[in-house]
Design a binder for this molecule. Structure first.
Ligand code: KG4
Ligand code: ZN
Length: 334
């Protein structure tokens, strides 16, 4: 079985080849991030156009470098949602066209399932059960993975994603998009105790997150401050975000009694978050792992792998015919 994986849910165009016998053969990702620096965020129409302009070229490159022909592929796993509709439709159209021409099976994959299973791409890959803290520009979720195909979101943001909050605060601090890495760099020289920014929904062991009030507090704080205070603001903001993430993840551990943790998504590269999770794991006898960064951020390797797992364990295949901008994880088989 040779699976072609296709990812185009947001601003990364990803193609991958995954073999039943050899595992991941190769994957390529084109990030559109440079296109959006001047806008300070993803513009959906530009994202879709860029997927359309690049996807075939990347596919050709992938086949060439792996010495494969299109005809070698016998299964296509593509991201059918959730994501930006224009972006999703480019990957979907390519997937449907190839599948129809080659007369092979098509597996629509939920993007979140890709992220949840991504740790399995590593050689000593983690096996369920585990808790996944998925933190990126589009997601902030604690997902309970009890087994392959058995996922439950037990906590998630009710407004901004945590990477999005970093990016918005980056904008307030006049840092270039995406602000996340720049805010955390600036925070290294700041006093994280100077400002006590709010941690939302900390009562009753609620596992959900909210970051929009935090962003507003930063906005108000900045009204009376100068540029030399920015490092303290960045550090205090980062502290508030990481405090919320780690506190709630620990509550999730206590609730579920699951002691294996995975942290994934673009924000998983945040140094302080990693440090705090390491401490938390050491103090509570937990195991925490991170898929390597290229599998943490959006990529097609995880989509091909999710397709492989669905076939291997004979899990139901979602019968969608259309890309789904909204596709709750709980509706995998509806
Ligand atoms: O998973 P990802 O590459 O892409 C999508 O969300 O599509 O995540 C990108 C997000 C951005 O919001 C970026 O600012 C944030 O992850 N990010 C960080 C760090 N590195 C990336 N946020 C905080 N600290 C970092 N070191
Ligand atoms: Zn993603």
């Amino acid at each position: 079985m040779l699976i072609l994986g296709i990812e185009s849910s947001c601003d990364e165009t990803g193609l991958a080849l995954y073999s039943e016998d050899l595992g991941l053969i190769a994957h390529l990702v084109n990030s559109q991030i440079d296109l959006f620096t001047e806008y300070g965020g993803v513009i959906p129409e530009i994202a879709a156009r860029d997927h359309s302009a690049k996807i075939i070229g990347i596919l050709k490159q992938l086949l060439k470098q792996t010495d494969h022909n299109l005809e070698d592929i016998n299964l296509i796993a593509y991201t059918a949602g959730p994501g930006l509709i224009g972006s999703l439709m480019i990957g979907e159209t390519v997937a449907k066209t190839i599948a129809n021409v080659l007369n092979i099976e098509l597996l629509p994959i939920n993007h979140l399932e890709g992220h949840i299973l991504a740790p399995g791409l590593e050689e000593d890959g983690l096996e369920p059960p585990y808790l996944c803290l998925l933190v990126s520009g589009g997601h902030t979720q604690i997902i309970r993975c009890d087994g392959y195909g058995e996922y439950k979101i037990i906590g998630e943001t009710i407004d901004d994603a945590c990477g999005e909050a970093f990016d918005k605060v980056g904008k307030l601090l006049k840092l270039e998009y995406p602000g996340g890495p720049k805010v955390s760099k600036l925070a290294e020289n700041g006093d994280s105790k100077r400002f006590k920014f709010p941690r939302a929904m900390m009562k009753d062991k609620n596992l959900n997150f909210s970051f929009s009030g935090l962003k507003t507090s930063v906005l108000y704080a900045l009204e009376d401050l100068n540029e030399e205070d920015h490092a303290d603001v960045a550090a205090s903001f980062q502290e508030a975000v990481i405090d919320a993430l780690t506190t709630k993840l620990m509550w999730a551990v206590q609730d579920t009694k699951i002691h294996k943790l995975v942290c994934s998504g673009g924000v998983a590269s945040n140094k302080l978050l990693r440090e705090r999770l390491k401490q938390m794991a050491a103090n509570n006898n937990l195991e925490v792992s991170y898929p390597r960064m290229e599998f943490c951020t959006d990529n097609a390797a995880m989509i091909a792998y999710a397709g492989f797992i669905r076939k291997k364990f004979k899990l139901p295949i979602y019968p969608t015919n259309f890309a789904r901008p909204r596709w709750p994880l709980g509706e995998l088989y509806d």
